[in-house]
Design a protein around this ligand. Structure first.
Ligand SMILES: Cc1cc2nc3c(=O)[nH]c(=O)nc-3n(C[C@H](O)[C@H](O)[C@H](O)COP(=O)(O)OP(=O)(O)OC[C@H]3O[C@@H](n4cnc5c(N)ncnc54)[C@H](O)[C@@H]3O)c2cc1C
Length: 456
């Protein structure tokens, strides 16, 4: 008899742990969300409820993984349990699960949320490649991506009365208001989002695609699939396979190739977290742990609330607050602005994204924050600073984001509103918008000064 413990992947399709457990396995669901930020916890709860319903409709009553203490595991072993398959990332939370289950003295196999088996990919290498291109080359040479399959349960063993207390209990169905409206957690919604994404017009130029960064709910800019991927509702192999079909068509091939590359970035982040369990709080590059920051609570709060006086940053940060999502280009802009021009510790930005994102993933968030701060792998050099005006032109060419999220600048023309840190006294009198602290030229000077002090 096998036991499958699910902690991350709330779906029946493309599920390596369920496949490895086989159709007669006992399935246990992690019912504790206290280790997760509020929005993610809510997404998990709703996804788990859907999955439990699906398992039950296949005749399989899930267990509550948190009730699997050493006594319960010993009892299962006595009844013939021979191995455990754990669905968990190679990160501190996943490690804690692994340790706990290993206490039963049975073999425990971990199945991480990556696209490929990272142990095989990196086999024989003492360290993880420090650049994405090197990792990508390795991936192209070695990755073996299993076809995504659907799981179907056979009739499992009936639990003896002594173990009935282990059964997963239906969670309260009270409406949960932690998620921004408009999002639909769960496998069904994730598969529907994938299907509608695949039906989009793919014949646009991939640079054109990257340039527009609309709302999370509008078409264009990117796939918009990250919440379902991050919360385990959509299998990465299923997406990879769908992109493979798009690769066969000349019109959609460039975009499909660029999205597959993004998925390899995802595996890079997951591998990085496995190699650096402290990725969320400690710079990968040791020298950067001493980088001089200039913590100022007022600046951090202004950034969180979208009141920095830099319109593109404020628009994106307000979108994050209200929709729980923003486009990658804007994440890079907001992240680097906080860390470089505003001089705040990257861990504070990371913690805020952790709370706000509906697609929060510990590895992806941490790798990208370290990228913004120049202290991780493949990070951009510190002295390369984004211009808020150029980024706004690139990410929001029509000004749709700006008009939607910073309506107080609507009396001004788009070119003037984009540079609202440089308003004349007359223009400023017409709008109620914060004075930038710092403005781009002071921010640049402060960032370069910190860089000079660090290098001295
Ligand atoms: C500071 C910062 C924090 C971030 N935090 C997160 C996070 O917590 N969760 C998260 O899913 N993404 C995070 N990202 C990466 C990226 O911004 C999002 O994955 C992307 O914007 C999601 O939108 P999409 O699905 O439309 O992306 P698409 O461009 O359609 O990409 C498809 C998928 O590829 C993966 N991917 C795309 N970009 C990256 C990247 N830079 N690094 C790793 N994988 C990537 C994601 O799984 C994404 O869903 C962060 C980026 C930055 C700069």
């Amino acid at each position: 008899m096998r036991l499958v413990v699910l902690t991350r992947a709330w779906r029946l399709h493309d599920h390596p742990a369920l496949q490895a457990g086989g159709p007669s396995a006992l399935v246990a669901l992690d019912s504790f969300d206290g280790d997760w930020p509020r929005r993610t916890a809510c997404w998990r709860r709703l996804s788990r409820r859907e999955l439990a319903f699906k398992l039950r409709s296949q005749g399989l009553a899930p267990l509550d993984a948190r009730r699997l203490d050493s006594r319960a595991l010993a009892e299962l072993a006595r009844l013939g349990l021979s191995e455990i398959h754990l669905d968990a990332a190679c990160d501190p939370l996943g490690d804690a699960w692994l340790q706990r289950l290993q206490g039963a003295g049975l073999p425990v196999y971990r199945h991480a949320p990556a696209l490929t088996l990272l142990e095989l990919l990196l086999e024989g290498r003492p360290t993880l490649p420090r650049s994405f291109s090197a990792f990508h080359r390795l991936f192209q040479a070695r990755a073996h991506i299993q076809p995504a399959q659907d799981f179907h349960a056979a009739s499992p063993m009936a639990l003896p009365a002594s173990l009935k207390a282990l059964e997963w209990q239906e969670e309260a169905t009270a409406t949960d208001s932690s998620l921004p409206s408009g999002w639909q957690p769960g496998e069904e919604a994730g598969l529907a989002a994938l299907a509608s994404f695949m039906e989009r017009n793919w014949s646009v130029d991939s640079r054109e695609w990257e340039r527009s960064a609309p709302s999370a709910f509008a078409e264009g800019g990117s796939s918009g699939l990250s919440p379902w991927l991050a919360q385990g509702n959509l299998g990465p192999r299923r997406l990879w396979q769908a992109l493979g079909e798009a690769l066969d068509q000349p019109a959609s091939a460039p975009l499909a190739a660029s999205l597959r590359r993004q998925l390899v970035w995802r595996d890079y982040a997951l591998a990085l977290h496995a190699h650096h369990p402290s990725l969320e709080w400690e710079a990968v590059a040791p020298a950067w742990r001493l980088f001089p920051t200039r913590p100022l609570a007022g600046r951090l709060e202004a950034w969180k609330e979208g009141r920095t006086g830099i319109p593109v940053v404020d628009a994106a940060m307000r979108q994050l607050r209200d929709e729980g999502w923003m486009h990658n280009r804007l994440r890079m802009m907001c992240g680097t602005w906080l860390v470089k021009q505003m001089g705040q510790p990257w861990v504070d930005g990371l913690a805020h994204f952790r709370e706000q994102l509906v697609d929060w993933d510990p590895a992806l968030n941490a790798m990208n924050w370290q990228w913004c701060a120049g202290c991780g792998v493949d990070a951009q050099p510190w002295f390369r600073l984004f211009s808020p005006e150029k980024q706004a032109e690139r990410a929001d060419p029509e000004g749709a984001l700006l008009r939607r999220w910073v309506p107080e600048l609507s009396p001004l023309s788009l070119p003037v509103a984009r540079r609202a840190w440089a308003l004349t006294p007359l223009e400023r009198a017409a709008v109620d918008y914060p004075v930038a602290d710092p403005d781009p030229s002071r921010g640049r000077a402060e960032a370069l000064e910190a860089w000079a002090r660090f290098r001295a």
